[in-house]
Design a protein around this ligand. Structure first.
Ligand code: SAH
Length: 402
């Protein structure tokens, strides 16, 4: 169906926003809105226009958010309707096999929000089940359509929602989770990522049940692990440590703050037939445990640092950067000559050059020389639309430490 402009409310934007739209950036901030028709509700489709009335884009209105409009389409003839969501979902799903995942796996990100043309929507697939996050007023408005269209993807038995995240508050939306469609998923879904088998705790786990963004980096680190005594900091279920163990690591120590998560990590090791492997689980704060290891002069050949997001807003920048420097400095002190540090930041606001500088400063203060041998990035099924660099959040560095 072709779009019809007549009944669609107008939002007039500034010349600066017009330029940003010309570069296909999908966000219009509240300050760029010059005026708008009255009575626009959250999630309504609006037409973005220049002050002279020239049509620019279709978008979804978010009256409570600083990001006032998120663009659905810059094709005037494209109606925002069921067929639109069907096309975007089908396109995203069809692209996944072409993203050259390094390992065959049954856990993938199917829709990565703005970067797949559906702002605010995250969809992860675990085996035969999908888990969704509706993060903005626009996708909230279209949730029934989206769920119905997701249910059309081949092989899907059930769709579960995990929109129990704080960012929904910025859109004036309450947290929400539960079954949306079809069969309820089991408490834990067993998935495989290459040789490693994992549990996705869809109802209660972090994010949508697992961290999928590190899958390919875990394989990279595992290739460096042969014969190594390894320390996996912020281990969660042991994605890095277990894979390293399978690739011939001598011993692995996991540290995570959550004893419940470490229980599941132990069960995950059993699932992988590693019951007799020299794997240790330490429930502790990484900041404190690294200091204790330093004081006890423990040393390792390979250390992974994969902390949670330290910088969620500009106000947290200084403190967060100090946090990154602290753990990197301590880790470098614990590494043997020729040891390897695989260090990550998932704070989108900390750019790759800034993170590299923090790690370089940590090396100076630790009195170690560090050589960067590989840059790492979020997994390929979390693509970054080049018109939307904001979603390029995960950066990692593999460094050789002398
Ligand atoms: N490396 C994991 C993902 C890590 S997510 C993977 O590849 O799958 C971050 C983890 O850090 C969470 O499991 C959380 O419980 C843990 N965590 C957060 N703050 C911590 C702290 N200060 N000390 C130890 N663990 C912490």
């Amino acid at each position: 169906m072709a779009a019809n402009r007549v009944n669609v409310p107008r939002v007039v934007v500034s010349p600066k926003a017009e330029k940003s739209l010309a570069r296909r950036h999908p966000w219009i901030f509240s300050g760029a809105v010059r005026r708008h028709d009255s009575g626009i509700a959250a999630g309504d489709t609006v037409q973005l226009c220049t002050p002279q009335g020239r049509w620019l884009a279709w978008g979804a209105y978010s009256p409570r958010s600083q990001i006032r409009v998120r663009v659905w389409s810059q094709k005037e003839e494209e109606a925002i309707d069921t067929a639109f969501f069907r096309r975007r979902i089908a396109t995203a799903a069809a692209l996944r096999p072409r993203m050259h995942l390094t390992t065959p796996c049954t856990a993938t990100r199917v829709i990565n929000a703005e970067s797949d043309g559906v702002p605010g929507l995250i969809v992860d697939r675990y085996g035969d089940f999908l888990v969704c996050q509706f993060l903005t007023a626009g996708v909230e408005r279209w949730r029934e359509t989206i769920v119905e269209e997701l249910g059309r993807l081949p092989g899907i038995k059930g769709i579960y929602e995990r929109s129990d995240v704080d960012v929904r508050a910025k859109e004036g939306l309450v947290k929400q989770s539960g079954l949306l469609w079809g069969q309820a998923p089991p408490d834990r879904i067993e998935v495989s990522m290459g040789r490693v088998r994992m549990w996705a705790d869809v109802a209660g786990g972090h994010k949508t049940g697992l961290y999928l963004d590190q899958r390919e980096n875990q394989a990279v680190v595992a290739r460096l692990a042969s014969g190594a005594e390894m320390l996996d900091c912020f281990s969660h279920l042991g994605g890095f440590g277990l894979r390293a163990m399978q690739s011939g690591a001598k011993a692995v120590t996991h540290i995570d703050a959550s004893p419940d998560i470490l229980d599941l990590a132990r069960q995950t090791a059993l699932l992988n037939g590693l019951e007799t492997a020299p794997i240790e689980y330490v429930a502790a704060n990484v900041f404190e445990k690294l200091r204790e290891f330093r004081d006890r002069q423990r040393s390792f050949d390979l250390i992974v640092l994969d902390p949670p997001k330290f910088v969620a807003s500009m106000g947290q920048m200084n403190r967060g950067c100090r946090g990154y420097k602290d753990i990197n400095l301590l880790a470098m002190k614990l590494l043997r000559q020729g040891g390897i540090l695989a260090t990550f930041s998932c704070s989108g606001l900390v750019t790759a050059p800034l993170f590299q500088k923090i790690v370089a400063d940590a090396a100076v203060d630790a009195g170690r020389s560090a050589r960067l041998i590989q840059h790492l990035h979020q997994a390929a099924d979390h693509p970054v639309a080049l018109n939307f660099p904001e979603c390029d959040y995960l950066k990692g560095m593999v460094c050789l430490i002398e």
